[in-house]
Design a protein around this ligand. Structure first.
Ligand code: NAD
Ligand code: ZN
Length: 357
């Protein structure tokens, strides 16, 4: 048995208002006059947060378009433009939801690794450490702030750059930054965390390390979405820590069926990660009975709409494309269904599942 020796985030600061320490945190990372580049979620254009970014010298804010989940072509362009403009940079800071944070991780890696980010979609393909990178979440749930992957849609697949070079050197967890998120978005991204927990806790890879984080994250999600009525500050604090713990739980474990299936939706239909997971999880009673029951209660209590019939009318070719993308996610299937997963999740069974969505 070989145990995973995993790389974690370098530094973590947590607390309301901790964003104000960013200038001080970044100071020792500055190399000569090479700038720090802030990839800011476009939602914050002209918002007060944009003005609080501590720019020095040639530093630059790039508003990143997260209308679509990050594509390898977008990452390659951002990195190429930066290399052309500055040669080298001192660091990349991603401020936003999972999409902006993933862009920051991927651009950091592509500042030093040659070729296209598509060449590194997979496990442990990245060759060199990237430039210094920091992540600052403004939505809670994905766990992208702690994970060793950056999920990208490439020419042939939706798959992360999973590597020991991928985790951030620094994260700033300031729950104040999530205060403006609309209820639906908060729910979809929050459910990403809830689903991570269910898939990790019920998976075959689970151990006490992952379980201790997964159970805490699950309890915090339940606090926020099952027991509370209305929203107050403490829920932002709780959800931010749920996301962190949920991400830590995955470090030793894996996600499962909902993620594997929703990757296919994202690839073909562009369905975003949080809502896509909700659409799939809603139909997974046969795999995660209790979790799906509680999920439906949360949907009702929080008055959220889960889209239905989104695969209606798709062609055989389109179903096959989703099935192909989904079946590439071998570790997810193995975690969910065990070593004989290929016999359990046949193409026909997966097709029937896609048809239900
Ligand atoms: P997101 O980053 O895609 O953002 C969703 C929307 O919310 C966007 O329109 C964005 O502009 C907006 N937004 C962000 N912060 C806001 C705020 N404070 N107030 C109002 N609006 C705000 O959403 P997400 O669910 O956080 O991230 C999904 C992405 O994360 C996907 O690309 C997915 O692949 C990725 N992901 C990565 C990992 C990982 O481990 N790397 C894990 C799960 C998901
Ligand atoms: Zn997820």
């Amino acid at each position: 048995m070989k145990f995973r020796n995993f790389k974690m985030v370098g530094y973590v600061v947590y607390g309301r208002g901790s964003f104000n320490q960013l200038d001080e945190i970044l100071a020792p990372q500055r190399k000569g006059d090479a700038p720090i580049i802030f990839l800011l979620d476009h939602f914050f254009e002209n918002k007060p947060l944009a003005k609080r970014i501590p720019l020095r010298g040639k530093d630059k804010i790039i508003l990143v378009d997260v209308s679509y989940e990050p594509k390898t072509t977008y990452v390659d362009k951002l990195a190429a433009d930066l290399k052309q403009e500055f040669g080298t940079v001192s660091g990349i800071v991603g401020i936003g939801g999972g999409s902006a944070m993933d862009l920051a991780k991927a651009v950091s890696l592509m500042m030093t690794n040659s070729g296209s980010s598509a060449d590194y979609q997979g496990w442990d393909l990245v060759k060199l450490p990237g430039v210094y990178k920091a992540g600052i979440p403004t939505l809670s749930g994905t766990g992208a702030e702690v994970s060793r992957t950056t999920v990208l849609t490439g020419p042939t697949k939706k798959l992360g750059m999973n590597s020991d070079f991928t985790p951030f050197d620094q994260i700033v967890l300031d729950p104040e930054l999530t205060a403006d998120a609309p209820a639906n978005q908060r729910f979809y991204t929050g459910m990403d965390c809830y689903i991570h927990c269910i898939e990790s806790l019920q998976g075959s890879y689970i151990n006490e390390f992952s379980k201790s984080y997964g159970e805490k994250a699950l309890q915090l999600c339940q606090e926020v979405f099952v027991r509370k009525t209305g929203w107050d500050e403490i829920n932002d604090d709780q959800l931010m820590m749920a996301s962190y713990a949920g991400g830590m739980s995955i470090a030793y474990s894996q996600v499962g069926v909902a993620h594997a299936v929703s990757y296919g939706l994202a690839y073909l239909l562009g369905t975003k990660h949080g809502i896509g997971n909700c659409i799939v999880f809603d139909k997974l009673e046969e795999f995660y009975r209790d979790g799906v029951y509680e999920f439906k209660k949360m949907v009702e209590k929080n008055k959220i709409d889960i889209p239905q019939h989104i695969t209606k009318g798709l062609s055989d070719e389109q179903f096959n494309a989703m099935i192909d993308v989904s079946l590439v996610m071998k570790p997810l299937w193995e975690n969910a269904l065990g070593p004989n997963w290929e016999k359990i999740m046949t193409r026909d069974r997966l097709r029937a599942l896609y048809e239900k969505l």
